[in-house]
Ligand binder design. Structure first.
Ligand SMILES: NC(=O)C1=CN([C@@H]2O[C@H](COP(=O)(O)OP(=O)(O)OC[C@H]3O[C@@H](n4cnc5c(N)ncnc54)[C@H](OP(=O)(O)O)[C@@H]3O)[C@@H](O)[C@H]2O)C=CC1
Ligand SMILES: CC(C)(CO)C(=O)C(=O)O
Length: 325
């Protein structure tokens, strides 16, 4: 099985390292800059549970060098995908699946979602619907990323938490391609269940990200503070309840309640969210995929989301002034 990890930073690097070390797949990673140069020169080092492993997957800069694949796992930041998608064509054969291992609402969200919005394009993550055309949703497999990792120096991935990548077809089927990918990830040491309602799981993950990440970027606070301070927790809760109304109007059912989800965030402790880390490092923030999209969908289903809207306005300005949006 040929698997290409496109944008092999923290999460992609983790997946690639485990697949290359323990799996039975032919793994190619696409990366750039000093990280790519370090992996090409010294291999990809994974630090996980106190253990260091160095693997040597094929590391290239362009899709043309990688050639056609069975799976392309996209582990870019959400905002990078529209720019990169046109370069992905050499990876795509007639049967190639594209696995979106990216936080937020994906471009294929409304594909085969029965109801009034079926096949709708999501402007916040797919400006002008270009992604829908370039990476047709019939290729898409959803993937919820639960692990946490970072890249402390080029060529090195530090894995700090979790081993689950939940998979799901947009139409809910247990397809041979989703099953085969799941088996490959399990062989590499991950948990990779194939779920029939991937959008429900996607919203539970996003539920935390849409509130915790913006509030951390605006205040500089870590997760323990955001979930523990009564005033911040109240803002969080309000945003999450607004988002729940939007998601439920789109047919999502939440298996847990909002307080349980906040408690889940609290367990992570004194952690800087990825959005706060991006802001501090002067890197683009995933504002539209995590929160802009919620405000867009609220308008679509005519549900109120005033707190999300207010926080979005503040966050966009914060991001623009810092050169991160
Ligand atoms: N890290 C984590 O713990 C978690 C991350 N996620 C989500 O997973 C997704 C990936 O995040 P993460 O792994 O942290 O992000 P990273 O920034 O670590 O990885 C993305 C990689 O893609 C590279 N890249 C960007 N553009 C290109 C390009 N044109 N060609 C080749 N490589 C490119 C980046 O390079 P460069 O650095 O040069 O920009 C970077 O190495 C995000 O949606 C994130 O929210 C979800 C849960 C936890
Ligand atoms: C904070 C956390 C763990 C949950 O919102 C996260 O997923 C992130 O940092 O992006």
């Amino acid at each position: 099985m040929r698997i290409c990890i496109f944008g092999a930073g923290a999460i992609g690097g983790l997946m690639a390292a485990r697949l290359a070390a323990k799996g039975e797949s032919e793994v190619t990673v696409i990366a750039r800059g000093p990280h790519l140069a370090a992996m090409q020169a010294h291999g990809l080092k994974l630090i996980s549970e106190g253990e260091e492993t160095v693997v040597r997957p094929r590391c290239v800069e362009t899709a043309a060098e990688a050639g056609p694949q069975d799976y392309v796992v996209v582990t870019l930041k959400a905002h990078a995908l529209p720019k990169v998608a046109p370069q992905m064509q050499p990876l795509l054969g007639p049967e190639t699946a594209i696995v979106s291992a990216v936080n937020g609402i994906p471009w294929w969200y409304f594909y085969k979602l029965a109801g009034p919005h079926e096949d709708r394009r999501v402007e916040s993550v797919d400006p002008g619907g270009a992604l829908w055309e370039t990476l047709h949703p019939s290729r898409a497999i959803g993937c919820i990323v639960y692990p946490a990792a970072d890249v402390p120096e080029p060529g090195v991935v530090n894995h700090t938490y979790g081993d689950r990548f939940t998979l799901g077809e947009p139409d809910g089927s247990r397809s041979p391609r989703a099953n085969a990918l799941s088996a490959a990830l399990v062989a590499a040491g991950f948990k990779a269940p194939v779920r029939p309602k991937i959008r429900d799981e996607l919203w539970v993950k996003l539920w935390g990200n849409l509130a915790f990440n913006p509030l951390s970027a605006l205040t500089g606070a870590t997760l323990d503070v955001i979930t523990g301070d009564p005033e911040l927790r109240a803002v969080c809760r309000t945003m999450m309840l607004e988002a729940q109304g939007v998601a439920e109007a789109l047919g999502t059912r939440f298996a847990i309640d909002v307080d349980k989800r906040i408690a889940g965030g609290a367990e992570v402790g004194a952690h800087k969210t990825s959005m706060l880390q991006d802001l501090e490092r002067g890197r683009p923030m995933e504002i539209d995929a995590l929160l802009g999209v919620v405000v867009e969908l609220a308008a679509l289903v005519e549900r109120p989301a005033p707190t999300c809207q207010t926080v979005l306005a503040l966050l966009r300005t914060r991001g623009r002034l810092a050169g991160c949006y």
